[in-house]
Design a protein around this ligand. Structure first.
Ligand code: NAD
Ligand code: WQD
Length: 340
């Protein structure tokens, strides 16, 4: 059984990936400092997979603790690095926190991977690196645009750090997965997204509104140059995204990579507007969602969706779940955590 370290493994995408890894026969060790998650997630994972992953509460910013961890855990075959802070608005307010948490943790991990001969690393990147794209759908060759937030910048810098490190260490193999917009939850409703405070992302705001926690959804603009005037995104079911990590990891473990730093878009390839998401949610749940159209949100790009050809053909991975599946699972999860 190959041992995989998953940092941030109690978070939203990490927890779903831990389930898929365990279901694929990997032994999982999770590191998480619980800054944006809780121990209940460990129970949720265990109730799905019936085997508790190993868990260490550890802050990856504390270099001595990271060093100590790798001394205590031998034979790690690969690392999937999710741990980071991810709120775009907060990163504008607290740039140093974001640079410290998202950059120093990556550096310490890569240093220990080198020290312990761990050659396989998957990194959570983001479609945010493309900014407002010149062409749609977006391929991996599209230029990385100047980041509009410290958060976005941490993803660009992280990719550069990985690329530079791979350049001088041919034994190291890394894949950066550029996620589009992950939504939904595990169909069991045992794990899902747990936003702290008022959700900034569309789908958690929708489900909280439907649950009566929020009065109404604000749609940020309907005067964009799109079919219905609202912004377009590529919403990917979190379980499909989780499975992409398993496939990418296996590619590295089997030495099937063609270069030691590879980048893949992970999306569905389909763009959906905000108003279409609302309509789909209403159809799936049979409820009317209260919403109003308000001003545009500063910093929003108009339209973003992935060209997934590279992931489809080279990774052999394809998103399989529909928008309807994703929204109904997100709603089931919201009902579960609200006891409704
Ligand atoms: P999340 O906040 O749910 O998960 C991150 C986890 O990392 C949390 O459990 C948190 O407690 C932990 N963590 C943070 N800092 C840590 C530290 N210093 N030491 C140990 N643990 C730490 O976020 P997520 O949505 O699951 O995102 C996972 C990764 O994917 C992040 O790197 C994020 O930037 C990236 N990403 C997310 C999205 C998205 O829309 N959710 C899109 C693109 C990329
Ligand atoms: C989606 C659409 C909003 C909330 C963010 C990060 C990005 C990446 C994914 C990490 C937009 C609209 C939203 C609301 C709305 N994360 N909206 N009312 O902005 O595409 O991407 O998450 O890497 O870096 O920026 O996602 O879910 O916030 O917004 O109308 O209350 O929904 O304007 O068009 P976004 P989102």
């Amino acid at each position: 059984m190959k041992k995989i370290l998953v940092t941030g493994g109690l978070g939203y995408i990490g927890s779903h990936t831990v389930v898929e890894l365990q279901n694929s026969g990997f032994e999982v060790i999770i590191i998480d400092n619980l800054s944006n998650s809780s121990l209940n997630v460990l129970e949720g994972i265990t109730s799905i997979t019936k085997k508790p992953p190993i868990f260490e509460r550890l802050d990856l910013r504390i270099k001595a603790d990271v060093i100590d961890f790798f001394h205590r855990h031998e034979q790690i075959a690969g690392v999937i690095h999710f741990a980071a802070s991810k709120a775009v608005g907060e990163s504008v307010e607290q740039p140093l926190h974001y640079y410290e948490n998202n950059i120093s943790t990556l550096i310490y991990l890569l240093q220990e991977c080198k020290a312990h001969g761990i050659h396989n690393v998957i990194f959570s990147s983001s479609c945010t690196v493309y900014g407002e794209p010149d062409r749609l759908p977006i391929t991996e060759e599209a230029p990385v645009k100047k980041a509009t937030s410290p958060y976005g910048n941490t993803k660009q810098i992280s990719e550069e750090i990985i690329e530079d490190t791979c350049e001088v260490d041919p034994q190291l193999k890394c894949i950066a997965l550029r996620y589009f917009n992950p939504i939904g939850a595990h169909h069991s409703a045992m794990i899902g997204e747990l936003p702290v405070g008022v959700p900034q992302n569309l789908v958690p705001f929708i489900t909280q509104t439907a649950a009566g926690v929020r009065k109404e959804l604000s749609v940020f603009g309907n005067d964009y140059e799109t079919s219905d005037g609202s912004c377009i995104r590529d919403y990917i079911h979190v379980v499909d995204l989780a499975k992409a990590h398993v496939v990418a990891l296996e590619r590295l473990l089997q030495n099937n990579n063609t270069s030691n730093f590879e980048i893949f878009n992970v999306g569905t390839g389909k763009g959906t507007s905000v108003l279409e998401v609302i309509k789909a949610f209403e159809t799936v749940t049979g409820t009317k969602l209260p919403y109003k159209v308000v001003e545009r949100r500063p910093g929003d790009v108009v339209s973003v969706y992935a060209d997934t050809t590279k992931a489809n053909e080279i990774l052999g991975w394809k998103a399989e779940r529909s928008m309807e599946d994703a929204l109904s699972s997100a709603w089931k999860w919201e009902q579960h955590i609200r006891n409704i």
